[in-house]
Design a protein around this ligand. Structure first.
Ligand code: PLP
Length: 378
């Protein structure tokens, strides 16, 4: 099956056998009648399993070429549950500019449970190898990253992980399973904030995980059921609906993004553009080998915080908001918004300046988006 067909016909459940309904029903239910003690039709209690959630879970496993999928109440619930595969005393090597919430989880919560983390620039394999300790159990990668869209070589990371017996975990939120399937490059676990491109309509908060082995599937189901951060049936249905157009949306976003980057490249007020589709981007060659598209995120520097504020206030079609990956274009200033919780010195180290603007390109007409940016930057 080709990708766009898979988005419609993938997973093990399509529609409803009982009625012929073409869309998967929303099983708004917590418990299930048993014919005799322990004799049931596969579902006992909806924390353990729910048919609508199950339909979504098999679909995402299919899209990521994995063994099993799991749906959670948010991306952070998904990441927390994956981290709970580890034990106190273990150590994880992580991408240095991971999502701010992931940074907060590891440095303010998981550290209290004696789970240690080292942050390195994972686009440099030597730094990754140097950070591995005797108690390192996992390598946690985000690629592309936010907001500088740094690229990490998945194949190289997989080689390092195999050599050192580490779990390779990849946050694939920015690339989506339409453009990038990390399991094909050797990842053990792939996860998403499905709040972003997978949901795609700014209407649901959710997280998805896919694992590549039966053992990990069993272990993560045990954690999902024990910890309980599951996704509800309504939200599961919204994600199934979102996935049906994921391929179309990503293609439209890709086209719009190319057009906007071309406009920004020729704009005198833009000093630096971060976009992996540019030949000048450090990760361009690697991105080309592991992803079918470069995604819809662009960051660019307009020189100062004041100028950035001005552009953001004047933009009409770019909604000032956190988050990304929806049908509507969004705009933000990472230093003051998504990355405000990161100390100023660390932001400077990472290159997140006050004049840096991040846009998440939507599926509007690119002519309107470019016209809007043009007037906002005047
Ligand atoms: C948003 C985001 C998360 C967190 O997901 P939530 O659904 O907001 O909990 C994790 N990783 C990345 C890359 C994100 O963009």
């Amino acid at each position: 099956m080709k990708p766009k067909t898979k988005m419609i016909h993938g997973g093990t459940v399509t529609g409803d056998e009982l009625t012929g309904a073409v869309s998967v029903p929303i099983y708004q239910v917590s418990t299930y009648k048993q014919d005799a003690v322990g004799k049931h039709k596969g579902y006992e209690y909806s924390r353990t399993g729910n048919p609508t959630r199950h339909a979504l879970e098999t679909l995402i496993a299919d899209l990521e070429n994995g063994k099993a999928g799991f749906a959670f109440g948010s991306g952070m619930a998904a990441i927390t549950s994956v981290m709970m595969l580890l034990n106190a005393g273990d150590h994880v090597v992580m991408t240095d500019d991971v999502y701010g919430g992931t940074y907060r989880l590891t440095t303010k919560v998981l550290n209290r449970f004696n789970l240690a983390h080292t942050y390195v620039d994972t686009s440099d394999a030597a730094q990754v190898e140097a950070a591995i300790k005797p108690n390192t159990k996992a390598l946690y990668i985000e690629t592309p990253t936010n907001p500088l869209l740094k690229i990490t070589d998945l194949k190289k990371m997989s080689e390092i992980a195999k050599k050192n017996n580490l779990l390779l975990i990849v946050d694939n939120t920015f690339a989506t399973p339409y453009w990038q399937q990390p399991i094909d490059f050797g990842a053990d676990i792939v996860l998403h904030s499905a709040t972003k491109y997978i949901g795609g309509h700014s209407d649901v908060v959710s997280g998805l995980v896919v694992v590549n082995s039966d053992q990990l599937a069993e272990d993560l189901h045990f954690i999902q059921n024990s910890v309980g951060g599951v996704l509800g049936p309504q939200d599961s249905w919204l994600l199934i609906r979102g996935i049906k157009t994921l391929g179309l949306r990503m293609e439209a976003i890709e086209k719009n993004t190319h057009a906007i980057v071309e406009f920004l490249e020729n704009h005198p007020q833009v000093s630096t553009i971060y976009y992996p589709g540019l030949k000048s981007h450090k990760g361009h060659e690697v991105a080309k080998t592991q992803a079918g598209g470069f995604g819809g995120m662009i960051s660019f520097d307009v020189g100062s915080g004041e100028k950035a504020d001005e552009v953001i206030c004047k933009a009409k079609y770019f909604t000032l908001a956190e988050s990304l990956g929806a049908v509507e274009s969004l705009i933000s200033v990472p230093a003051k918004m998504t990355h405000a919780s990161i100390p100023a010195e660390r932001r400077a180290e990472l290159g997140i300046t006050d004049g840096l603007i991040r846009i998440s390109v939507g599926i509007e007409d690119s002519e309107d988006l470019i016209e809007d940016l043009k007037q906002a930057m005047e």
